[in-house]
Design a protein around this ligand. Structure first.
Ligand code: GRG
Length: 279
């Protein structure tokens, strides 16, 4: 994905020089796994479309993802010191700059998406999907449901809802956008469902790694299990959580085999790679 790293940094270079630009660059280029862009590119591959067609949207999604991590780490939210093994944005810069860096990335994501080299219908639908999946009916809602002392999450159904919105929506967005780029918009909702399922599996895996790995291995400073937070591991136990995670990943793979005009081989490989991830 070296090409994608250069593409993303090139977009930051287009902005006027400033402290906020450097904070945006610091967090955007901090060695994330780029799972959401990989989902978009792999879905395009399955449809037989060259990956460059997804560049603007893949960049936009990674900007939104990075903004969410910067804001999630702030003292008013999770108050984390470490992200991806490095000081969080507000630790490296300051709180005001980190807030602005998040705002800047979110706004720049929509500018980038709307400048995509695509038909009007694809650009408008892509921007609509980003807004729906990232906003207060999507990821922001998930964060709201999950917020610390006001969180009403006590059981598995509540937790699944948090994961559906907080994690699933932003994994659905690249899949939904890819089907628009490929001219298969009739499958948008089916891809949405796959992304949600993937998000649930991904988050269960995160909960398992949270108890199995040290903060250094995991690259994050707080452990949800040490925070008295309800997680899939505290609710289901580690063995049941692991079995469910593997079942969900398997279902995602099987569902992608049913899409019309789609060769699922590369997607199967990507999902299996995510399932076997170690960070
Ligand atoms: C602040 C609006 C707002 C939302 C925050 C993303 C998020 C919502 C919170 C971060 C905490 C968390 C565990 C979120 C679930 C999504 C998730 C697992 C994010 C980490 O994604 P990775 O593993 O991260 O793809 P990298 O670092 O590889 O990019």
């Amino acid at each position: 994905m070296q090409r994608f790293e250069e593409l993303l940094e090139g977009k930051i270079d287009l902005l006027p020089e400033s402290r906020v630009r450097e904070a945006m660059r610091y967090s955007l280029m901090a060695g994330g796994k780029r799972i959401r862009p990989a989902l978009l590119y792999t879905a395009l591959k399955g449809y037989g479309i060259e990956e460059e067609k997804g560049d603007s949207f893949a960049s936009a999604i990674e900007m939104i993802h990075t903004y969410s991590l910067i804001h999630d780490d702030l003292p008013a939210m999770d108050n984390d010191d470490l992200r991806r093994g490095r000081p969080t944005c507000h630790r490296q810069f300051d709180e005001a700059t980190a807030i602005l860096a998040g705002d800047g990335l979110l706004t720049y994501a929509f500018e980038t998406a709307l400048k995509a080299d695509a038909d009007d219908a694809v650009r408008v639908s892509g921007a609509r999907i980003l807004a729906e999946m990232a906003g207060s009916g999507g990821m922001v809602l998930g964060q709201d449901l999950d917020m610390g002392e006001v969180s009403g999450v006590t059981g598995w159904e509540d937790l699944k809802k948090v994961h559906r919105y907080k994690t699933g929506c932003l994994l659905s967005a690249p899949l939904m956008i890819a089907c628009w780029i490929a001219g298969h918009s009739e499958d948008e909702e089916k891809w949405h469902q796959v992304g949600e399922k993937l998000g649930l599996a991904f988050q269960i895996q995160d909960d398992i790694m949270d108890v199995r790995l040290t903060p250094e291995e995991f690259g994050k400073s707080t452990s949800d299990s040490n925070n008295d937070k309800v997680t899939s591991v505290t609710l289901l136990g580690i063995e049941e959580a692991e079995a469910l995670m593997n079942r969900l990943y398997g279902e995602c793979i099987r569902e992608t085999e049913t899409f019309s005009g789609f060769d699922s081989a590369a997607m199967k490989e990507l999902i299996t790679g995510i399932q076997n991830r170690t960070k």
